[in-house]
Design a protein around this ligand. Structure first.
Ligand code: APR
Ligand code: ZN
Length: 365
């Protein structure tokens, strides 16, 4: 079928919104009519070449929609299901999946921006077009592996459902599943964009004592207070490491999170952590950047430095948990999504992200 999609033909160039060919779903795949797609910084990393991806590609990995057709052998979803999209459609058979870490699926990693069989369903001008995260939701329709769709209660607003597909699960998951924040502890979060605000909400859900929001933009910091931050530090005009130490009686925080994506902020997150502090890196730094830490401090203070990919979550069981938390009023996704766009406006939406507009943007179809 012919569908309208945003195609990235060249790194550093705007996406082209045009018609492309989308094949029928193959065995184990479904066709999804996209309802909403979030404007996440991860796509930006690929547009700028800060992270490698096969090109040409349809980006968009934070999405939700409705299943309109199922390919042969599909058992996990049915026509008419409202679904949240997972950008790590797990194979269920590799060692990572079998050990319960489906967010790190080996087969997904090996097939990258292609479907699990290594081919693409998108084509234009005689060329194969790749699918970011096997999702490619900057398009009216997408063919997705059945393990990449998570059926949820229908009637969930599509933009909120889309957020659960990336920023919510990544952020709340980092707080609850990666760091496993203990009640009463002190938390510092560097970067209060779409993902960072969710880390803050996760910390609040875990009943953290102090939650210190760190950003370089005052507006983001004020916004963070609405999601559970108890203190703010503007890193543009003061040394954030020192400020966080001052706010934690000189000890440093029990849990720190890097949610921007750079070597400098990773180092800062490490240095803000106190004795036995747990440092969780969520942001994706430009490819090849290295962050240095004081190796002796790591030992003497028994710190833990860890990464968190997709909130260490298992999409098919943990995304429905996020839906419940939203529906029971414990996750404030209504205030999180503040700007709506059409697919034609996708490049403008990313310009707004670059300008540091507050909250999350979402394309509505
Ligand atoms: N110190 C603190 N905050 C900073 C700094 C800095 N030096 N530089 C930028 N920021 C803030 C921005 O002002 C913004 O509020 O970091 C925030 C980043 O938010 P977004 O641009 O909305 O990015 P988001 O979509 O939340 O993604 C954050 O997580 O999943 C990854 O790939 C993603 O690396 C990205 C990160
Ligand atoms: Zn994302």
């Amino acid at each position: 079928m012919k569908v309208k999609a945003a195609v990235l033909w060249e790194v550093g160039q705007p996406m082209e919104i045009r018609e492309v060919d989308l094949d029928e779903p193959k065995t184990g795949e479904v066709l999804v009519k996209i309802g909403s797609a979030g404007i996440c910084r991860s796509d930006r990393h690929f547009m700028h070449g800060d992270a490698p991806i096969a090109i040409p590609v349809v980006l968009g990995h934070e999405g939700a929609g409705t299943v309109v057709q199922t390919g042969p052998g599909v058992t996990l979803a049915q026509e008419g299901d409202q679904v949240i999209l997972s950008f790590v459609p797990a194979c269920g058979r590799c060692r990572s999946c079998l050990e319960g870490h489906s967010n790190l699926c080996d087969l997904h990693g090996a097939t990258g921006a292609n479907m699990l069989d290594g081919t693409t369903r998108l084509h234009a001008d005689g060329k194969d077009i790749h699918h970011m995260g096997k999702v490619a939701c900057f398009a009216e329709y997408a063919v997705i592996p059945e393990t990449g769709v998570v059926p949820v209660t229908s009637g969930l607003p599509m933009d909120k459902a889309a957020m659960i597909g990336c920023s919510v699960t990544t952020g709340v998951g980092a707080a609850l599943y990666s760091a496993e924040i203990k009640a009463g502890s002190t938390v510092a979060v560097i970067g209060c964009g779409g993902v960072g605000l969710n880390v803050i909400m996760g910390a609040a859900l875990a009943n953290a004592g102090k939650i210190i929001a760190v950003d370089i933009r005052e507006a983001q910091l004020e916004f963070a207070m609405r999601f559970g931050a108890t203190h703010t530090v503007n890193a543009a005009d003061q040394d954030p490491v020192r400020q966080v130490r001052d706010l934690t009686d000189g000890r440093g925080a029990d849990y720190t999170f890097e949610v921007f994506g750079s070597a400098d902020t990773t180092k800062a997150a490490y240095e803000m952590a106190g004795k036995r502090g747990i440092v969780t890196v969520v942001g994706i730094a430009p490819w090849g950047q290295e962050a240095s830490i004081n190796a002796v401090d790591l030992v003497r203070n028994e710190k833990t430095l860890r990464g968190s990919y997709y909130g260490s979550a298992r999409s098919r069981t943990d995304m429905p948990v996020m839906v419940d938390l939203y529906q029971s009023g414990k996750l404030n996704l209504d205030d999180l999504v503040v700007r709506h766009y059409t697919l034609d406006q996708v490049n403008e939406a990313y310009a707004d992200l670059d300008r540091g507009e507050i909250g999350r943007g979402a394309i509505m179809f």
